[in-house]
Design a protein around this ligand. Structure first.
Ligand SMILES: [Zn+2]
Ligand SMILES: [Zn+2]
Length: 256
């Protein structure tokens, strides 16, 4: 493991060049040790906050701060971002029932709303969609005319290339307007100790994408959800409001 010139990058023997991360020596080679994270005050939404095991956390609490004693015990190690994610997967402890219940109730909520949303706005039947990050709007167009305008909040993106999910709040390419609400879900995750909600980026499937989106949907009392294809995956979003903006010619198009 070599730190490269660029201080924040690291060259891993297994994964190549990626972001440098720091975890305690126990986490770096252990399993089921607990995964405690500490955010940099200036960067509370960093993807790879420093992490340490439960034992280190006990020492930290006894010492009251990171000092010679607690740092010596932790013996912080440098890892690449991929190794960090593996270590997090192996060591994070959570109540799976709490996670299961949250996903089930969220999914039920969304499923019920989704049916009405699709019917009422014919979300699947328009010729094209466009979303605008600056305004947080999704617009469905038909016959060259905008038909439906919706208020959207991004939950995150799924990459088919890496089979990973990234929460919108962790995505530097997204505008504050569309990603701010996704932080609510992170807060829920922190309160309940749920890895999938707290971790910004993790190995996932498309279904995970819908599940995570449903948590945001329920949190925002959304009326539906939508996803749009991208070059290497999908962007998932929830819809909090929608309206027909060209109802006059509706009947011509859909026979409604
Ligand atoms: Zn430790
Ligand atoms: Zn690595």
């Amino acid at each position: 493991m070599i730190m490269s010139d660029d201080e924040k990058k690291v060259e891993c023997d297994t994964h190549g060049k990626s972001d440098a991360t720091f975890v305690c020596q126990h986490l770096s080679c252990g399993e089921k040790l607990g995964f405690n994270i500490g955010y940099d005050d200036e960067n509370p939404y960093e993807l790879y906050p420093d992490a340490w095991c439960d034992k280190c956390n006990d020492v930290l609490n006894a010492e009251g701060e990171w000092n010679d004693e607690s740092e010596k015990f932790a013996g912080i190690k440098l890892l690449c971002a991929c190794c960090y994610e593996n270590v997090r997967e192996k060591n994070w402890l959570q109540d799976d029932e709490v996670f299961h219940d949250l996903i089930c109730s969220s999914f039920r909520y969304l499923e019920e709303k989704q049916k009405t949303f699709m019917e009422e706005y014919k979300a699947d039947e328009h010729e094209r969609w466009d979303w605008y990050q600056e305004t947080g709007k999704l617009v469905f167009t038909h016959d060259g005319q905008p038909q439906v305008e919706a208020d959207i909040h991004f939950s995150g993106t799924f990459s088919k290339k890496s089979n990973t999910w990234m929460w919108a709040w962790a995505n530097e390419n997204l505008d504050e307007k569309v990603k701010a609400s996704s932080r609510n879900v992170k807060t829920i995750g922190e309160e309940r100790g749920l890895k999938q909600l707290v971790a910004g980026h993790w190995d996932a499937t498309e279904v995970d994408g819908w599940e995570m989106t449903s948590v945001l949907a329920k949190n925002l009392n959304a009326i539906g959800a939508y996803r749009t294809p991208s070059d290497n995956g999908f962007t998932y979003m929830v819809v909090t409001k929608a309206k027909w903006i060209n109802k006059g010619i509706l009947s011509k198009i859909f026979g409604a």
